[in-house]
Design a binder for this molecule. Structure first.
Ligand code: URA
Length: 434
C-alpha cells in the first residue's frame, strides 16, 4: 500500500478499508510513515469525517499498536475515567485518588495538553521527579500495591495515539469526532480497565461545542467500549467556563491538592464528586449515586484520598514534599490582577480563548517540540452569572515574561462579556449516557 493513495482517498471522501486503516496505524507506529503524511491524513479525516465502521477500525488498530493489558491477575475489576478535554479540567487528579481510596483500583492512561485544553501528564510533571513513563510490570505492581496508577502512552501502550496526539495538538486537527473517539478509546482499551467513565465536555471551551455533537461522540465511545466488553458510562458536562478557578499546570495541581484537602472551589468539587460517584457505581461499589457520594464524602473528609494522591506521586518518582507543601511547586515571576473593566453581570466567557491565553503564556505547546512552562497560568474566580463592579479583582495572571503577561490580560478581558442582563449560573452536567 502507499500512504499517498490513502490520503487522496480520504481527501476525496471515500471510505477507507479496515486493511488500509490497520496498515497506516502500524506503519506510522513503526516510523515508516513521516509526520507530514499522517498530518495530511488527519486533516483529511478532520474535513471529511469517518464512518462509524472506520472509527471503530481506527480505535482498534490504535489500541493494538502496542500491548493490551489484562489486569485480572492484579484486581478483579479496574476502573478508569477520561475527559474529552477542557480548560481547567484537573478532575483526574482528584477523582482517581478518591476512588482508589474507596478500595476500587484505578489504572489510568492519560494524555498531554491538546489545543487549548490542558493534559494530565503536563500538569503532573509540575511535581519534580514525577514520571508517567511506566513499564508494564511496574503498572501492575503499583496497581496491586497502592491501587492507583497514572501512566502515559509509552512505546508499549497505545503508542500510535501518543504520536498522533502530539501531531494533532499542533496541526489544527483536534476537534474531530473520529480522531477524539479513536484517541480516547484506544488508550482506554489498551490500559485494560473493566469499567470506564467518560466525561464528554460540551461548550465554547470544548472540542464539541454543540450538545448534539457531544452526545454523538459519547454514544460512539460508549458503543466501542461496550463492544469490547467494558462497562461504560458517559457524562455530558459543561465547558462554557473553566472548571474550578486554576488554568495552568502547577496552578491546577495546587487547586487539586486544595480540593483533596477539602478547600477547593465548590463547582470543581461538585464535578469531581459526581464523576467519582459514577465510577464507584460502575465498579459495583455503592448501589446508587447518593450511596456512592456518602462513601466518597467520608473518604474525602478522612484525608485518605489526599494520602492516596501522595502515595501515587511518590510511587512514580515525584517529590512528596511538594504535595504536602504546594508552595514548593514551580512559581511564576510576575503575578498580576485581572480586574473587571466595567460593572454588570458576566454574560459569557469564551473558554477556548482563556485556554489559549494559558497556552500563549507558555503553559501549552504551539509546536511539537515546545517545552512547557509549568509555573505560568491564570486564576479566574469569575463565573457566568456573577455580578461584578468595575475594578473588582476577578482573577490573576501568572507569567514569566512581561510581554506575554500583557497579551494574556488583553486576551482574557476580550474573552469575558459583561452586560446588564441577569444570567442564570451554568449547570455542571447535561446528561448521562449508559
Ligand atoms: N483526550 C484524549 O485523550 N484524546 C483526545 O483526542 C481528546 C481528549
Amino acid at each position: 500500500m502507499r500512504m499517498v493513495d490513502i490520503i487522496e482517498k480520504k481527501r476525496d471522501g471515500i471510505q477507507l478499508s479496515s486493511d488500509e486503516i490497520k496498515w497506516f496505524v502500524s506503519e506510522y507506529t513503526h516510523e515508516n510513515i513521516p509526520d507530514y503524511q499522517i498530518s495530511a491524513l488527519m486533516m483529511a479525516i478532520f474535513l471529511k469525517g469517518m464512518s462509524q465502521k472506520e472509527t471503530v477500525d481506527l480505535t482498534l488498530a490504535m489500541a493494538a499498536s502496542g500491548d493490551q493489558l489484562d489486569l485480572h491477575d492484579v484486581a478483579p475489576f479496574v476502573i478508569d475515567k477520561h475527559s474529552s478535554g477542557g480548560v481547567g479540567d484537573k478532575t483526574t487528579l482528584v477523582v482517581t485518588p478518591l476512588v482508589a481510596a474507596c478500595g476500587v483500583p484505578v489504572g489510568k492512561m492519560s494524555g498531554r495538553g491538546l489545543g487549548s485544553s490542558g493534559g494530565t501528564l503536563d500538569k503532573m510533571e509540575s511535581i519534580a521527579g514525577w514520571s508517567s513513563n511506566i513499564t508494564l510490570p511496574k503498572f501492575k505492581k503499583q496497581l496491586r500495591d497502592i491501587g492507583i496508577v497514572l501512566a502515559g502512552q509509552t512505546a508499549v501502550l497505545a503508542p500510535a495515539d501518543g504520536k498522533m496526539y502530539a501531531l494533532r495538538d499542533v496541526t489544527g486537527t483536534v476537534g474531530s469526532m473520529p480522531l477524539i473517539a479513536g484517541s480516547i478509546m484506544s488508550k482506554k482499551l489498551a490500559a485494560g480497565a473493566d469499567g470506564i467513565v467518560l466525561d464528554v465536555k460540551v461548550g465554547n471551551g470544548a472540542f464539541m461545542t454543540e450538545l448534539e455533537d457531544a452526545r454523538a461522540l459519547a454514544e460512539l465511545m460508549v458503543g466501542i467500549g461496550k463492544d469490547a466488553g467494558r462497562k461504560m458510562v458517559a457524562l455530558l458536562s459543561d465547558m462554557n467556563q473553566p472548571l474550578g478557578q486554576a488554568i495552568g499546570n502547577a496552578l491546577e495541581v495546587n487547586e487539586a491538592i486544595e480540593t483533596l484537602k477539602g478547600d477547593g472551589p465548590t463547582d470543581f468539587w461538585a464535578h469531581c464528586l459526581e464523576t467519582a460517584a459514577h465510577m464507584l457505581v460502575v465498579a459495583g461499589k455503592g448501589s446508587s449515586l447518593d450511596g456512592a457520594k456518602s462513601i466518597l464524602n467520608a473518604v474525602h473528609q478522612s484525608g485518605v484520598a489526599f494520602e492516596k494522591f501522595k502515595a501515587m506521586v511518590v510511587a512514580q518518582g515525584g517529590n512528596g514534599r511538594m504535595v504536602d507543601n504546594p508552595a514548593l511547586l514551580p512559581k511564576a515571576t510576575f503575578i498580576s490582577d485581572i480586574k473587571a473593566p466595567q460593572s454588570g453581570t458576566i454574560q459569557a466567557i469564551d473558554t477556548g480563548e482563556v485556554g489559549w491565553a494559558g497556552v500563549n503564556l507558555g503553559g501549552g505547546r504551539l509546536v511539537k517540540t515546545d517545552q512547557i512552562d509549568h509555573a505560568v497560568g491564570i486564576i479566574l474566580h469569575a463565573k457566568v452569572g456573577d455580578i461584578v463592579e468595575a475594578g473588582d479583582v476577578i482573577g490573576e495572571i501568572h507569567a514569566n515574561d512581561s510581554m506575554k503577561q500583557s497579551l494574556a490580560l488583553a486576551q482574557i478581558l476580550s474573552a469575558i462579556t459583561i452586560g446588564d442582563e441577569p444570567v442564570e449560573p451554568l449547570p455542571l452536567f447535561y446528561g448521562t449516557i449508559i
